[in-house]
Design a protein around this ligand. Structure first.
Ligand code: ADP
Ligand code: ASP
Ligand code: MG
Length: 411
């Protein structure tokens, strides 16, 4: 039949009962004649528990040891799921990331997959075995165990699908597909039949946790058809593919949001050509990811540069800036925590200049003040107070009529 990669997330394998259920689903697909490679996450919230244990020991856990610790979570699941399959008479074998040939760079905690040596998996498939691979982990060029960043099992699955030239990659999770916005927060959220790689990529980058952004990048770059569906409810999921259909008249397809945003302002920098470059190369030397950037001229000689970072990197950001005070020559640093980023996403925005204005209008009507804005061809992001986040998302969801099912138009 077909070569398929399936991925089951933490909730889907959260208990032994759920692992049995997953084993039954795999057995069914296998007996239909499919060649299966299965990627799994750690059970339930066990990665969070491991993180908490490390943090109870030290404020700044060693990054190599953190990866050594976190990869144990996925290792538990692969062994249990393989046993459940063997119990059902299905020949299966489990592989950790390094056994599966997943080669990464050396950045512990946020490693990128560089290559996949599929020899072992191909050999097992050739022997008609179901291959169960630990998600979220790999091995670096210097033989260290690495992890791909939280939520990274999605990326393992899509990268394997690309390397194995699978027919598709199926991501099974605790929702029935990709919704117009997070259904856990907005009751009116609606499941999308399909969404383009580009729209999904923006949604994922902007906080829609349903897919790891790098998984979408792999799917787009290697043309892997990607399906998101429920592991528990038998219902058609969402297909993520190159643009094939658009919902008639809908400019905005989805709303993504994330909290724990902090705005940092570096005040009184010299108003010179290379100020921006100096500031951001300082931050990048310290591996600090910066999001929205705004520059304000305070007088002819000074500028204030504001940018956002995640709350968890605030301490590192301040310390990097303080160390570079002499070189950067600023007056002081200010910051504001407790912020959120709310973004509207849709390919149709390219040709609709009024969309941003409409978004600002909706927020103004809710008396929500916008602290920062950033736009691209297919998204508009606003930074607002975290307290207003859900109200903003609900108001935008309604204003852009996302709850309403519209006719599908095939281009
Ligand atoms: P898994 O453990 O299966 O990887 P995740 O928790 O990582 O599951 O991702 C699924 C969750 O993503 C859902 O429970 C949902 O709350 C959240 N989510 C955020 N945005 C969206 C969206 N637009 N559509 C669907 N789910 C979303
Ligand atoms: N177990 C990891 C996490 O919780 C990876 C994943 O589930 O995708 O982030
Ligand atoms: Mg996930």
């Amino acid at each position: 039949m077909a070569r398929i990669v399936q991925k089951y997330g933490g909730t889907s394998v959260g208990t032994v009962e759920r692992i049995k259920h997953v084993a039954n689903r795999i057995a069914e697909s296998f007996t239909q004649g499919n060649d299966l490679v299965i990627v799994v996450s750690a059970m339930g919230k066990s990665t969070d528990t491991l993180v908490e244990m490390a943090q109870a020991l030290t404020e700044n856990p060693n990054k190599r040891e953190m990866d050594m610790l976190l990869t144990t979570g996925e290792q538990v699941t692969i062994a249990l799921l393989t046993m459940a399959l063997l119990e059902r008479g299905i020949d299966a074998i489990s592989y950790t990331g390094w056994q599966a040939g997943i080669e990464t760079d050396t950045q512990h905690g946020n490693a990128q997959i560089q290559d996949i040596n599929t020899t072992k998996i191909e050999a097992a498939l050739h022997q008609n075995q179901v291959v169960i691979v630990a998600g979220f982990q790999g091995i670096s060029q210097d033989s260290q165990i690495t992890t791909l960043g939280r939520g990274g099992s999605d990326t393992t699955a899509v990268a394997l699908a690309a390397a194995l030239q699978a027919k598709r990659c199926e991501i099974y999770t605790d929702v029935t597909g990709v919704f117009t916005t997070d259904p856990r927060f907005v009751k009116a959220a609606r499941k999308l039949h399909s969404i383009s790689y580009d729209e999904m990529l923006e949604m994922a980058h902007l906080g829609a946790g349903v897919l790891h952004p790098r998984a979408v990048e792999f799917a787009k770059n290697y043309d892997v058809p990607l399906v998101v569906a429920s592991s528990m409810v038998e219902e058609e999921g969402t297909i993520i593919e190159e643009v094939v259909s658009v919902e008639k008249g809908l400019v905005v397809r989805g709303i993504a949001f994330e909290n724990d945003v902090t705005k940092v302002s570096v005040v009184g920098l010299p108003n010179e050509m290379n100020t921006l470059a100096r500031l951001f190369s300082t931050l990048s030397r310290h591996f600090i990811n910066v999001d929205i950037i705004v520059q304000n001229e305070t007088d002819s000689e000074h500028v204030t540069i504001s940018f956002t970072v995640t709350q968890s990197t605030l301490t590192d950001t301040i310390s990097a800036l303080e160390k570079a005070q002499m070189e950067l020559n600023y007056e002081n640093i200010e910051y504001e925590s407790g912020l959120a980023k709310v973004s509207i996403v849709g390919s149709g925005m390219v040709s609709n200049p009024g969309v941003a204005a409409q978004m600002f209008d909706v927020l103004a009507n809710e008396a929500i003040s916008i602290k920062m804005v950033s736009t691209s061809e297919i998204k508009v992001s606003t930074v607002i107070s975290e307290d207003d986040m859900v109200i903003a998302v609900e108001a935008l969801h309604e204003a852009f009529q996302l709850a309403e099912e519209v006719a599908h138009e095939v281009l």
